[in-house]
Structure formats: structure tokens, C-alpha cells
Design a protein around this ligand. Structure first.
Ligand code: FES
Ligand SMILES: [Fe+2]
Length: 440
């Protein structure tokens, strides 16, 4: 790949082709829990925070006039002379909830209406000619989403994924900050070969000890089904069968990836094939199985070109989720309120050479496999240099996905008013995967 194409694939700011694609889809910008005073006591006094998405800066606050679950998103810099509204006064007194800029007192409602310009002469109508940029928001599955499309454009319908349909008792959302471009973060999820290496455990644990805590013990519990009456730990499936057959099929939501691992190819008895399906939902979401009843829907918000927040919604089709336990497992490895992982480049992601020699393939811990993926994508550098890579046949989904993203950019450039999310939902964006050709 040449540098120009890598740049095109990875830029997300205003005015870039990739940014235009992203602005055609709802973007996750905060967890609802970030506004919970029990999580962040500062929210008790002032439920407002600065957020950054697609290279733009905003303030997000609870628009309590519109309802208990309503959020307002405004441009971060005041329309008057650009002061930082992250430090705005949050006003609930008077008849209008809003934020007031501390520089000269201009006040804005959640929809961006300018309510007051108190330093202007009495009778001034300046207020009526000023508007602070504002953006629609929506809350689903414990996540606040924003529509950052151009002014007066209509947001697309929200995608009907299982995680958004599930009852609150059966879903749980969390997020984490990675120091890298969104595309390399996303690409780890559409790479079915990597768990056999990156997440490899050199020994299996007794399946009777793994319990039902699939979210806390990824790749430790039993794979579905049996081989000659024997249950296989996922860790054995991944370790012993590291050349999955990978199939890519275009779908109306994106693409389906199927990784097949034959468990007993030489057996005279019934053949058993381990099947692991990943759904890639355009433009930056994947859905992967964690157990027979638990899945992760993971979105990758491009904060800017060199930072990404992954947002995961765990969804159970079986028992309700133990939210407190699930949250404790994540928070243990995370700094709040920024949701930055405690491990990272500063401590070599917790690397331990002895562990690498004797217990895991990577050597970065056995409890939290998220740090494995974090190392893989952050260790590449903030923006992976794709001019120096050598894709193989096992990278077919990644090669396909890049083509698809580039074609969406070209479509928007040719016809800027194309409702990309609608086109994608109708399957008209999906392109058939080409045979692997090394992606030149
Ligand atoms: S810069 Fe905000 S009121 Fe003047
Ligand atoms: Fe992974």
C-alpha cells in the first residue's frame, strides 16, 4: 500500500474522506455511567464533560429540561470569542437549562440556541443571530451516541443490533482508550487468526474450575460441543489449531467472517469443526462470541487520528448479567474518569519474560486479555505504517475491509449527499471479497 492510501484510510477529521464516512453514522461518545455521581462525584454538581470525537471538540451535558436521559452536545468553543465551554457554568435556575460561558456570560440551551448575551446593550438582538453548534444524541445500551453529520442533515435510524434490543439486565457497557488510530484497533477484531497466537495459553486450566464467568476468563472455558465425548477448552482449540479456514461473506450490515477449525480431521468418527463467527458492522463495529450465551459488540470511536475509544456492549442471551462483578473486572485494569488502561507503553504493557517462557505466548498477563490486543495495536505506533506490511492469506478480511472502506469514500466523494448508512443497511455498499492478491 502506498502512503497516500494509508493516509486516506486513517484520517477522520473534518473535510477528510474518512471523516465524511464516519459522519454518516452514529458515534459512541460517552458511557451513561460517566454522568453517574457514584462513579464520578463531580457530576453531582455539574453533569458536563468535554469529549473529543472525529478530531473535533465538544461539551456533553445532561439536558435535564428534555428528560432524565437526555444529553446535549455542543461545540466546545464559545461562539462569541472561542472560550472553552468545558469550564462553563451549568445552570438549572430560571426557566431555561443551559450552559453559560464564564468569559462574558453568554448562555446556550442544549439545542445551541443563544439565550443571553448579558454584556451587550439592553435591547440587543445579537443573541438571535448567534447559534452554538449542536448535535443530536441518543442513548442505547448504556452508551450515549452522537450524530456528527452536517447541519440540517437527518440522522439515520439506529441499527437494530441485539445489544441495543436487549433488556438493561442483559447488557453491560464499558470503554477503554487506546493510543492509536481507529483502523488498526478495529482490524484486530476482524483477524480470526490472531487468538491462536496473541491470546495463546501454554497450559489449559481444569474446565471444572472455569465456572460460568466467561467474560472474566476468555478463551479459558469449554468450546461448544464434544470430540469423542470430551470437552475441549477454548485455550486448546486456539493453541492446537492455528490455521483456521477463514470465509468472508458480504452482508447488508457489513460482512460475516467465519473461522473454521477442524478438531478431529483424521478421526474415523464424526468430524467436529469449531466454528467462530464474527460480524463486522460498517464502519467500525464488530460482534464476537465470548461463550454460548454471551457476545461482545465492540465499536471503535475515532477520537482523532491517533486515539481510539473502544466501546464494548456485553450482551447475554441467557442469564442476566452481574453488572457489579463485570464492572469490577474492567475497572481493576482502568484509570477513571478517562478510562485509560493502567498498563501501556509506559510499563511495557506489563510484559513479563518468565510468563512468556512458561505460561503465555505473549507474556502480558492471563486475567485481562484486552491488554494483549492493546499491545498489538499500540505497539505498531500511533498510525500503522501500512506501506511496510506484508499481508498473507489469513489477512483476507482485513484486505477486503480496506477496499470496502475506500469504495465508500469514493462513493461519497462522487455523490456527497448519499445517505451512506441507508445504503449500507440495504446491502448496496457491500462488495464481494476478491481472491487474496496481497492487496497492492
Ligand atoms: S467567549 Fe464566551 S461569552 Fe465571550
Ligand atoms: Fe484479540
Amino acid at each position: 500500500m502506498d502512503q497516500a492510501r494509508n493516509t486516506r484510510l486513517t484520517q477522520v477529521g473534518p473535510g477528510t474522506p474518512g471523516g465524511a464516512v464516519m459522519r454518516q453514522f452514529w458515534q459512541p461518545i460517552a458511557l451513561v455511567e460517566e454522568f453517574d455521581p457514584a462513579v464520578n462525584p463531580a457530576m453531582h454538581l455539574r453533569p458536563l464533560k468535554a469529549v473529543r470525537a472525529l478530531g473535533q471538540d465538544f461539551v456533553l451535558f445532561k439536558d435535564i429540561q428534555q428528560g432524565a436521559d437526555a444529553y446535549a452536545l455542543l461545540d466546545r468553543h464559545c461562539a462569541h470569542r472561542g472560550a472553552d465551554l468545558a469550564f462553563a457554568r451549568f445552570e438549572t435556575d430560571g426557566d431555561q437549562v443551559g450552559v453559560r460561558c464564564p468569559f462574558h456570560g453568554w448562555k446556550y440551551a442544549g439545542d445551541g440556541t443563544c439565550l443571553e448575551t448579558p454584556a451587550e446593550p439592553t435591547g440587543s438582538t445579537l443573541c438571535q443571530r448567534v447559534r452554538q453548534g449542536s448535535y443530536p444524541t441518543a442513548v442505547h445500551a448504556g452508551v450515549v451516541f452522537a450524530w456528527l453529520g452536517s447541519a440540517n442533515s437527518t440522522p439515520p435510524l439506529f441499527p437494530k443490533l441485539d445489544c441495543y434490543q436487549a433488556a438493561a439486565s442483559h447488557s453491560f457497557a464499558f470503554k477503554g482508550l487506546w493510543q492509536c488510530n481507529w483502523l488498526q484497533a478495529f482490524e484486530v477484531g476482524i483477524d480470526p487468526a490472531h487468538p491462536s497466537f496473541l491470546h495463546r495459553f501454554l497450559h489449559d486450566v481444569n474446565l471444572d474450575d472455569t465456572g460460568s464467568n466467561a467474560a472474566g476468563k476468555q478463551f479459558r472455558s469449554a468450546a461448544a460441543g464434544q470430540v469423542a465425548g470430551e470437552r475441549w477448552p477454548m485455550s486448546r482449540v486456539m493453541r492446537e489449531l492455528c490455521q483456521p479456514e477463514i470465509q468472508v461473506a458480504p452482508k447488508d450490515y457489513g460482512m460475516q467472517l467465519t473461522a473454521l477449525r477442524a478438531l478431529n480431521p483424521a478421526s474415523e468418527q464424526a468430524k467436529v469443526t469449531h466454528t467462530r463467527i464474527t460480524h463486522a458492522v460498517f464502519p467500525h463495529t464488530f460482534i464476537i462470541p465470548l461463550s454460548e450465551t454471551l457476545s461482545i459488540t465492540q465499536m471503535h470511536l475515532p477520537v482523532d487520528d491517533t486515539h481510539t475509544y473502544w466501546y464494548s456492549v456485553f450482551t447475554s442471551t441467557g442469564e442476566p448479567i452481574d453488572h457489579a462483578a463485570m464492572r469490577e473486572q474492567r475497572v481493576r485494569h482502568t484509570h477513571l474518569p478517562d478510562y485509560a488502561p493502567k498498563s501501556g507503553q509506559h510499563n511495557q504493557w506489563g510484559f513479563n519474560a518468565e510468563e512468556q517462557r512458561s505460561r503465555t505466548y505473549l507474556g502480558m498477563g492471563e486475567d485481562d486479555i484486552n491488554v494483549h490486543d492493546q499491545w498489538a495495536v499500540e505497539g505498531m505506533g500511533a498510525i500503522q505504517d501500512r506501506t511496510a506490511e506484508h499481508l498473507g492469506a489469513s489477512d483476507i478480511a482485513i484486505a477486503h475491509y480496506r477496499r470496502w472502506l475506500l469504495s465508500a469514500m469514493s462513493l461519497l466523494e462522487a455523490q456527497p449527499s448519499t445517505p451512506l448508512a441507508e445504503v449500507a443497511a440495504q446491502g448496496a455498499l457491500a462488495i464481494a471479497p476478491k481472491p487474496f492478491d496481497g492487496f497492492r
